[in-house]
Design a protein around this ligand. Structure first.
Ligand code: UT7
Length: 354
């Protein structure tokens, strides 16, 4: 039976490191609050003008290098992102061209924080169906574009201006502080190859979506329910910034990630103790600690990097995978479970033999 093996991985971290204290210069927040409630200590932002595809290209080049795969061998591209370079066309085709790949099928998919897991299933289905043999799967995001901060805020964030922020702007930045402090910019990529050896590869996946409560985490503006789809009034009302019912999302994330992990393990005759490592989407360290306790996982079985990067949406799981492989925490044959929950609502779990 054909299996989809993750043959190489790579990451791209944005250049500008932003600490919690730096954020406290431009909104009513503190390092203590952010650490205690989320676990985030730093996140990284790109230079203005950097595109999501740029991060994807860097991560993909590193993944190709690790896999030892030539560009002409790639026969499928899947790009997971909710922050594309532009409305259309999507990042997949742009990445295909930037990397000099053959004109192979290229998909963009929009499953937000579950995007990497959905992408893995799409690639795995192509490989099992004989439609692809060597695929590139990318998850990349530039969230800094969501920040509704004017030039004065950016200058203070960078420490270029010391005078306090004008009160109106302080009020605006503070009104979305529960959201903005969480996110960072990054890209992750994996090369996935078809293998006949059943001992390695994607074993099984359980993915879910339920749009009933989509409005609890969404971007309310800039869509084609409006005419025109974007205008200055929508921006003035901050409708280009995601809205998030944090408590609701927190509760659903802990419940759904635990359920999906249990369901997948059970139908594969495994228990949490059989896993080498569990890679959870990095939205909030407290969410993941809760899931760890619910599943009865030891500290050695989980790995987090939200402290350094914040929530990077579709990039979190490939970033973790890449760090763990390069750090020797994942070795060929290890049973690894990936779990994610995000806007949509979408969620799921993927079981892989590394
Ligand atoms: O990838 C999926 C996307 N997102 C998530 O998974 C996020 C899930 N949710 C969460 O991570 C948490 O709900 C948050 C981190 C967003 C918020 O933490 P919380 O413990 O649920 O706080 P809260 O929203 O209940 O707010 C508690 C207080 C409020 O003040 P009052 O009303 O008690 O005076 C907030 O205004 O904390 C205040 N607050 C902040 N204070 C300082 C909210 N954000 C901040 C902040 N700094 N950044």
């Amino acid at each position: 039976m054909l299996r989809s093996v993750i043959a190489g991985s790579g990451s791209a971290i944005a250049p500008h490191r932003v600490t919690n204290d730096m954020l406290a210069r431009i909104m009513d927040t503190s390092d203590a609050w952010i650490r205690e409630r989320t676990g985030v200590e730093t996140r990284y932002y790109v230079e203005p003008g950097t595109r999501t595809t740029d991060l994807g290209v860097i991560a993909a080049e590193r993944a190709l290098e690790m896999a030892g795969v030539a560009r002409e061998d790639i026969d499928l591209v899947v790009f997971a992102t909710m922050t594309p370079d532009q409305y259309f066309p999507g990042c997949g085709g742009l990445l295909q061209s930037r990397l000099g790949l053959r004109p192979v099928p290229a998909f963009d998919i929009r499953q937000q924080c579950s995007g990497f897991l959905y992408g893995l299933q799409l690639v795995d289905a192509h490989i099992r169906a004989g439609l692809a043999r060597t695929a590139l799967l990318v998850g990349a995001e530039i969230h800094s574009g969501f920040m509704p901060w004017g030039p004065g805020s950016w200058a203070r964030l960078a420490g270029d201006v010391e005078a306090p922020l004008e009160p109106g702007e302080w009020e605006t930045t503070t009104s979305v502080r529960h959201l903005t402090v969480l996110f960072g910019d990054a890209g992750g990529a994996v090369v996935i190859t078809a293998a006949d050896d059943g001992s390695r590869g994607v074993v099984d996946q359980a993915l879910y979506a339920d749009g009933t409560d989509a409005a609890k985490l969404c971007v309310p503006g800039n869509g084609f329910a409006r005419r025109p789809y974007v205008d200055p009034e929508q921006i003035r009302r901050l409708e280009h910034v995601p809205v998030m019912d944090g408590r609701y999302v927190f509760k659903m994330a802990t419940t759904r990630m635990t359920e999906a992990a249990r369901a997948l393990l059970e139908r594969n005759g495994l228990t949490p103790g059989d896993l080498k490592l569990v890679l959870m989407h990095q939205a909030n360290l407290r969410i993941n600690e809760f899931v760890q306790r619910s599943l009865g996982l030891s500290d050695a079985q989980v790995c987090h990097n939200i402290q350094r990067y914040g929530n990077t949406t579709a990039a979190t799981v490939p970033l973790l995978w890449d760090e763990c492989v390069r750090g020797g925490r994942i070795e060929p044959g290890d049973a690894v479970l990936m779990v994610a929950f995000g806007a949509g609502m979408t969620w799921g779990a993927t079981l892989v033999r590394a």
